[in-house]
Design a protein around this ligand. Structure first.
Ligand code: NAD
Length: 498
């Protein structure tokens, strides 16, 4: 059985721990690899490698750092298909979707290639007589990223291109469910000329994570994952004096107004609910159908749900792959059952989904649940599967109020032809990322990504300008180069402008 190793100080290593976890191919349901689970000594080794690499990397000129980023961008572009295959084999998503996530990660690398402009400081001439003030930003030191299973390449790339471009060194703790893409990415960094120790990967579970959260040599933690863990990470790392950004789970609502083009809305709603088997933090999992739009959108989206080609991620023509594990499959099937028990209508039932030749795969078919109310489990739980719940509302204001009553605030969308309703929506919802006739409004790399409420703990969003701000801290210098005429103006008064 292939063993997925750590990557520390520029080479693969088995480290000290002999604990492992199985890695599955979700399409076949078979274990394909084992991944090491680090103990504290392994994490210490990764942090020590990053700490050793920091002085030289942080002092490397911005232009030399940028050259490495450009080389990495070229290599990742060349090897995108290979990274996508690793993702499909361990996550299950279809190849085109895996390629899409590599592409969105690449865009963050491209953003980070602009680091010379992004790190420019301010300069104010002669703020007081013969005194100038200027500011610049410095890297923090060793920073760590802890990432979820659902985007094994893109989510780490929300973090490390920016962190490394800013002059930090990085320890990545990827999801133990699909760990291989991060190791291939580490090899590409090395080929691009990144010095050993600047980017390290340590695989593991809670033990590895807790060691990072408590480690005195780790300056900042970026986390993406479920809300209970995000909250825990934020509390524990903050208590240890670290800078933390912890992105959590989501329940993303899409409002469909009666004036929307129903076919357009149904196409996009289906893609956003069932794409990647619903395992996207920006998946639309709740449709809020307003007034007369309801029956029409349920009928149209149900037609699309029945037509989705479910299959292995590598099989030609597959539009939707399996979910990540047997446990995830069982949990999703159980939740659909609660919807039925609690009085919702199962308009399309994906519970009996079987794919020929892949009978042991972790498949769940696209499911549409109508007449959902806000007390039901299917509404309150983040299902993280290909399940769309439809809630009905009478007005756009009622729909906005429903979104605002939800504890999450990651993404949301509206389908409408009314500019007035769209504007009321964009100003009224308490959500971080908003789509207007755009179902999955993931901001481009040069904006920052992040939700509100239980979808983000900490104040800085990832990548874009907030990413640069998160991974650096400011210095403001007030300088005078006096012409010494021996008449000193030193005073015991608090300094005021002269
Ligand atoms: P998860 O919270 O189970 O795991 C995320 C990371 O935390 C993994 O690296 C895991 O090893 C680690 N971890 C798990 N349990 C831990 C514990 N008890 N203590 C310390 N560390 C622990 O999340 P997941 O199932 O891998 O990913 C799916 C979740 O991620 C969903 O809730 C999804 O919404 C969320 N997500 C959010 C965003 C966002 O941008 N807000 C993006 C992607 C995924």
């Amino acid at each position: 059985m292939a063993l997925v190793q750590h990557w520390i100080a520029g080479k693969p290593t088995t480290g000290r721990s002999d604990r492992t976890a199985p890695v599955f191919d979700p399409a076949t349901g078979q274990q394909t690899k084992e991944v090491l689970l680090a103990d504290a000594v392994d994490v210490d080794a990764a942090v020590a490698a990053a700490k050793d690499a920091f002085p030289a990397w942080s002092q490397t000129s911005i232009s030399k750092r940028t050259k490495v980023l450009f080389a990495f961008r070229e290599l990742l572009n060349q090897h995108a298909a290979e990274v996508a295959e690793l993702i499909t084999d361990e996550h299950g998503k279809v190849l085109s979707d895996a390629l899409g996530e590599v592409q969105r990660g690449l865009e963050v690398v491209e953003f980070a290639c602009g680091i010379p402009s992004l790190l420019k400081g301010d300069y104010s001439d002669n703020v007081s007589s013969d005194v100038d003030t200027f500011s610049f930003r410095e890297p923090l030191g060793v920073v760590a990223g802890i990432t979820p299973f659902n985007f094994p390449a893109m989510v780490p790339m929300w973090m490390f291109p920016v962190a490394i471009a800013c002059g930090n060194t990085f320890v990545l703790k990827p999801s133990e469910r699909d760990p291989s893409a991060s190791i291939r990415i580490a090899e590409l960094w090395q080929e691009a000329g990144l010095p050993d120790g600047v980017f390290n990967v340590v695989h593991g579970d809670k033990l590895a994570v807790d060691t990072l959260l408590d480690h005195e040599d780790v300056a900042a933690i970026s986390f993406v994952g479920s809300t209970p863990i995000a909250k825990y990470i934020h509390e524990r790392a903050s208590a240890n004096g670290k800078r933390v950004q912890a992105l959590g789970g989501a329940k993303n609502h899409a409002i469909i107004l009666p004036d929307a083009d129903i076919d357009f809305a149904a196409d996009h709603l289906a893609a956003a609910a069932f794409g990647s088997a619903g395992e996207r933090c920006m998946a639309l999992s709740a449709a809020v159908a307003v007034g007369s739009a309801a029956d029409a959108i349920v009928a149209a989206v149900s037609d699309r749900a029945r037509a989705v080609k479910v299959g292995a991620g590598r099989a030609d023509g597959s539009e939707m792959g399996p979910v990540v594990t047997k446990q995830a499959q069982e949990r999703i099937l159980g939740l659909i059952g609660t919807g039925e028990q609690q009085g919702a209508t199962i308009a399309v039932d994906g519970r009996d989904c079987s794919v020929e030749g892949y009978e042991d795969g972790f498949f769940v078919g696209p499911t549409v649940i109508d007449q959902v109310s806000t007390e039901m489990d299917v509404y309150n739980e983040e299902i993280f599967g290909p399940v769309l719940s439809v809630v009905r509302a009478d007005t756009v204001d009622e729909a906005i109020a429903l979104i605002n009553a939800n504890p999450y605030g990651n993404g949301t969308a509206i389908f409408t032809n009314s500019g007035e309703a769209a504007r009321r929506f964009q100003r009224g919802v308490h959500v971080g990322m908003i789509g207007i006739n755009v179902p999955v409004p993931v901001p481009m790399a040069f904006y920052s990504f992040g939700g509100w409420k239980a979808s983000l703990f900490g104040d800085k969003h990832v990548h874009g300008p907030e990413g640069v701000s998160f991974y650096t801290r400011a210095k403001v210098v007030t300088a005078r180069w006096p012409h010494v005429d021996h008449a000193s103006d030193a005073s015991f008064h608090f300094p005021t402008a002269k």
